[in-house]
Design a protein around this ligand. Structure first.
Ligand code: UFG
Length: 472
């Protein structure tokens, strides 16, 4: 049994990796500042694995906390996910990207040196191959040209780790170059859940499918590819998480810096992914063709030979599996929206309104007693009871309705203690093999999901009465 420090362990890839580590019998310490993740992920990891990881909510640059962690735990290896990762944003605030991503890595390496910890697994990216290499990408190719500051942080950190390994015999750095991870945990509890409007393709498709966004824009269909849309190497996040176990095993037996591609070795176009999603889930995804997105390469995929032969790792899941898992996660999140009552037994139910959800106050009989309390999308999972309170307050004091917010608009405060729900019971998720897909066929999946029996058997005021979506 090893004790692994996972920075960014509450994030998309980090959380799935924590699950795999715990299920393999390892101890896990999570360090995450929750700047792009929810604290409820820690509970969900416990629900899935039956083990609660130690959790420190702090910035990975925070030397005091790092020192505390390395003093309190005998850490055998570090898996470093924490970092800023939005390509577009990195072009606008490059200093923040360099400061955050480089500093956290340096701070970790220095604390590891003090503690005598010598194994480091780094979340790198296929972006390090830059625009000039031929495809498929092979680990031996040069990686010194990135196309944006985010990509440069990955190139630079890889170089820092190589230099450090050269200077420090006995130290191991495994550089894992991820291609395009999508999907989620089969329980439906973990998945990719970005705040605001997603940048990446799969979370965007899933929100269009769920009716939270109107349509997908495909960025260009005039690329030199078979159908004209860009091709990527999408891999299932559970496969990717398993790759980290193999990387840790490798680190225990080797020293020095070594890079590995983690991908499937197959390219899938944007159109193929959209079509596979529709086939695999039975849900329609309206799309339009738009202009190209700046900086996109026509196609890329991994040469997976090295990971297969040296790590003994190979991605196993199909693109249809990935699509079902992504949809399953969105369906599960939506289910969590419904059964939350405030102290007066009123329920706040969210219904879509463009990109934003509006909350509607529903009495125990299911009638909508008050509607249109807008709430920012990113907040929607945790504030049902608060919202119900808030709507009632507004009623009582005759306060005007809030305007429907634009992105980054009004946010409701969280008051976890009022929320009556049990997140720890695994969802009756759609099975990976297909599941009761007709339940998700409706255009307005959310209202439909309110009709489903609640997993904890608790009374669900008004559930069945919301069969017809309410739109303003
Ligand atoms: N796309 C659309 N519409 C959308 C979103 C994306 O058509 O609304 C297209 C993109 O143009 C691209 C493909 O879908 O052709 C995949 O785009 P993603 O943003 O999902 O993924 P990228 O391949 O652009 O980016 C990923 C990671 C980055 C990493 C990069 C390069 O998100 O972290 O690969 O390796 F830097």
């Amino acid at each position: 049994v090893m004790k692994i420090l996972v920075t960014g362990g509450a994030g998309f890839i980090g959380s799935h990796t924590c699950v795999e580590l715990l299920e393999a019998g390892h101890d896990v310490v999570i360090l995450d500042d929750l700047s792009n993740a929810s604290g409820t992920v820690i509970d969900k990891i416990e629900t899935i694995t039956g083990k609660r990881p130690a959790f420190y909510q702090a910035d990975a640059k925070d030397r005091t906390v790092l020192h505390e962690i390395f003093t309190a735990h005998r850490i055998d290896a570090v898996v470093h996910f924490a970092g800023f990762k939005a390509v577009g944003e990195s072009c606008h605030i490059p200093l923040a990207y360099y400061r955050n991503n480089l500093d956290s890595t340096l701070a970790l390496l220095e604390e590891m040196a003090q503690a005598g910890c010598t194994r480091f697994v780094f979340s790198s990216s296929a972006t390090v191959y830059g625009p000039d290499n031929a495809i498929p990408y092979v680990e031996t190719m040069p990686t010194y040209v990135a196309t944006n500051p985010y990509g440069w942080t990955k190139v630079m950190i890889e170089q820092i780790l190589r230099d450090y390994c050269t200077a420090t015999p006995g130290f191991t750095a495994v550089l894992l170059r991820y291609f395009n991870p999508i999907g989620g945990h089969p329980s439906g509890l973990l998945g990719d859940d970005p705040n605001g409007i997603p940048n990446n393709l799969m979370p965007y498709i899933a929100r269009v499918a769920a009716g939270q966004l109107d349509k997908l824009t495909i960025f260009g269909d005039d690329y030199p590819t078979p159908d004209g849309t860009c091709r990527r190497d999408y891999l299932h996040v559970v496969d990717l998480a398993k790759g980290h176990l193999k990387a840790i095993d490798y680190a225990m037996e080797h020293t020095g810096a070594e890079a590995f591609n983690l991908g499937t070795g197959h390219a899938v176009s944007v159109l193929e992914l959209v079509n596979t999603f529709m086939e695999a889930t039975g849900v329609n995804v309206p799309y339009v063709i738009g202009p190209r997105r700046e900086g996109d390469l026509p196609q890329m995929w991994a040469d997976t030979h090295k990971a297969e032969t040296i790590l003994g790792w190979k991605a196993e899941k199909t693109v249809a599996d990935m699509c079902r898992a992504s949809w399953n996660f969105v369906c599960s999140v939506k289910k969590q929206l419904c059964p939350v009552r405030n102290r007066n037994n009123k329920t706040a139910v969210s219904l879509r309104d463009g990109c934003f959800c509006c909350l509607h106050l529903v009495d125990p009989g299911g009638a909508v007693v008050r509607d249109r309390l807008p709430v920012h999308m990113g907040e929607q999972r945790d504030d049902r009871a608060d919202a119900a309170d808030d709507i009632e307050q507004r009623e009582r004091h005759g306060k005007p309705e809030l305007p429907v917010p634009r992105q980054g608009g009004h946010m409701l405060p969280l008051r976890q203690k009022d929320i009556e729900r049990d997140d720890r019971v695994p969802q009756p998720a759609l099975s990976e093999a297909g599941g009761p897909r007709q339940q998700c066929r409706a255009d307005h999946a959310e209202a439909l999901l309110c009709e489903q029996p609640q997993r904890n058997g608790a009374q669900q005021p008004g559930g069945a009465r919301l069969a017809t979506p309410l739109h303003n």
